[in-house]
Structures are given as C-alpha cells and as structure tokens.
Ligand binder design. Structure first.
Ligand code: FAD
Length: 261
C-alpha cells in the first residue's frame, strides 16, 4: 500500500524505522529484529539506506524480505549525507532534483514519495528561512509527505509546523521520535544531526547512563511522553526511530495502547 494513502486516512498512524546491517554477518539478526518490529503491526516500516555518507548495503534485502516482493510503491527520496571523503555525486545535488527525476520516469506518477525535513534546520543551511525555501521546492517537485529529523522537545516541532503551514506546505508531516535507550546514542549521530538535547534528557542520560536497564526504561518513557503530548495536540503521524530494537518499539506501544485504540 502507498504510504501517502495510509496517511490520508483520518487516524493516528505509528510507523517504525529499521536500518540494515553494515556487514553480511549481521543480516540474519537484523531480519529477525525487523520481523519482530513488523509483527507489532505498525502502519508501516521504513528501512534506511546507508547513513552518514557510508556505502549502502542490504537495504533491499531487508525491505523486500519484509514486503515479500520487489514491487516498490514507496520511496524515501533523500540526497543523503555527503561522504566523509568529500566526494559527492554530481547528478542529484539536492533531494528535490531526485524527486523531479523520479516523477519524470515511466513509474514516477504511480509511486508515493517521502522526503526529509528538519525542525531545527538542516546543519548545512545558513538559516531556517533558507531551509524552508528549499523544503517548499521539494514539495513542488512532487514529494507526497515529509518525515522530520528526530527532535527531543515538542515545542521545536510545533514551532516548525506553524512555519511550514504558514509557507503553504500542506503535505502530511510525520513527527520523528528517537527513543534514547543507550548513552552512545547521544554521541555522533545526534551531534551530527544538530538536534538540541534538552536538560531534562541530559539529566536522564547522566543519571542512568551506566545502568542499561534503567536508561532503557527511562528512554521508552521519555519517548512515550513525547508521543502522548503530540497526539494530545492533534499530531496524527508518528515515526519512531526504533533502532532495530523490538523491545523498545513494544515498550512504547504498550505505554500508548489505549491512546492508539
Ligand atoms: P536535501 O533536501 O537536498 O537538503 C540538504 C541541504 O541542501 C539542506 O541544507 C537544504 O536546505 C539544501 N538544499 C536543498 N535544495 C537546495 C537548493 N535547490 N539549493 C541550495 N541548497 C539546497 N541518510 C541516509 O544516508 N540514509 C537514510 O536512509 C536516511 N534516512 C533519513 C530519514 C529521515 C526522516 C531524515 C530526516 C534523514 C535521513 N537521512 C538518511 C539523512 C539525510 O540523508 C541527511 O540529512 C542529508 O544530509 C540530507 O538529505 P535531504 O534529502 O534532506 O537533502
């Protein structure tokens, strides 16, 4: 089913993200985790493609194993991070170029296309206003829906949503929630993303960082509280960066089961 059609239904949606392994040895464990996450019956599961400019591997294996066929109906169209060696492909400088290209192909009209957006602006943008202009271009190119970069303060998201809607961007926006369940998660990827970490979350990681079970519990509760607040304020689409952890996905679902019903 096309994600854009799922998002049209007037109800709260919850989706999860998994990522492929870096090495072939990790494929079986990843598939097992992905299947456990899919068995929780989210509205959909997305599979990342490389990250931080690394070479992508196994995305198709994980996605097609979950979907049991190679019929592609949804594409997350991203420029991707610029590789650390500075090399950059020349053809699709921005995600909007890729989206325009996909739309111009034979199958382009039949596919649901998602794109990324950044409540705290993309780290390469000089201002939020500039980032928003480029976001509008992405939508004009044919992007059906947007998923946000992780954020840990809902105020940041509400503020972003206001500016986006004011700009005339009306596509569904999925709020990206990353449960922080280990100290190392607050390391490189959060730093690179430019996401602000509120003092309340820093305190949790400082206090429970050396107690994995306690930090996992606290991280699940923090993310659940974010989601409850979002839904209470009328946000209908939540995308959880579940980091291949079925127990984390399940913990969140348990905390909000009546709310989702
Ligand atoms: P773009 O939309 O092209 O934006 C990149 C920068 O270029 C921004 O600063 C933007 O303002 C600017 N820009 C855009 N258009 C123009 C223009 N016409 N002129 C000048 N500047 C312009 N990475 C992966 O490697 N694999 C993944 O699976 C993956 N999944 C992600 C999922 C989500 C929900 C998010 C939020 C990010 C994901 N990323 C992933 C990270 C993403 O690839 C990086 O953030 C990347 O740096 C930007 O990709 P983009 O598609 O947002 O780029």
């Amino acid at each position: 089913m096309k994600i854009k059609d799922i998002l049209q239904q007037n109800q709260v949606t919850l989706s999860f993200e998994v990522f492929p392994p870096k090495k072939e040895e990790g494929l079986l464990a990843t598939l097992e985790a992905a299947h456990k996450i899919a068995a929780l019956h989210p509205d959909f599961v997305s599979v990342t493609y490389g990250a931080a400019g690394t070479a992508p591997r196994f995305t198709v294996e994980v996605a097609s194993d979950l979907q049991s066929s190679h019929h592609i109906e949804n594409i997350m169209a991203l420029r991707g991070d610029i590789p650390q060696d500075g090399s950059q492909q020349k053809e699709f400088l921005h995600a909007s170029d890729l989206i325009r290209y996909i739309r111009s192909t034979e199958y382009g009209q039949a596919i649901s296309i998602g794109g990324a957006c950044y409540p705290e602006k993309h780290p390469e943008s000089s201002s939020k206003e500039e980032d928003l202009q480029h976001l509008k271009d992405k939508i004009d190119a044919g992007c059906d829906f947007l998923t946000t970069q992780m954020f840990f303060s809902n105020e940041t998201f509400y503020n972003f949503l206001y500016r986006v809607r004011d700009r005339g961007i009306n596509v569904p926006i999925l709020a990206g929630i990353m449960p922080i369940t280990s100290r190392k998660q607050l390391g490189r990827s959060v730093q690179l993303s430019g996401t602000n970490v509120p003092d309340s979350l820093k305190a949790i990681v400082d206090r429970f960082g050396d107690d994995p079970a306690a930090l996992k519990q606290a991280g699940i509760i923090y993310a659940s509280n974010q989601i409850i607040d979002l839904i209470a304020n009328g946000v209908t689409h939540i995308h959880v960066y579940s980091m291949n952890k079925p127990d984390v996905a399940e913990g969140i679902l348990r905390n909000i089961s009546e709310i989702l019903r």
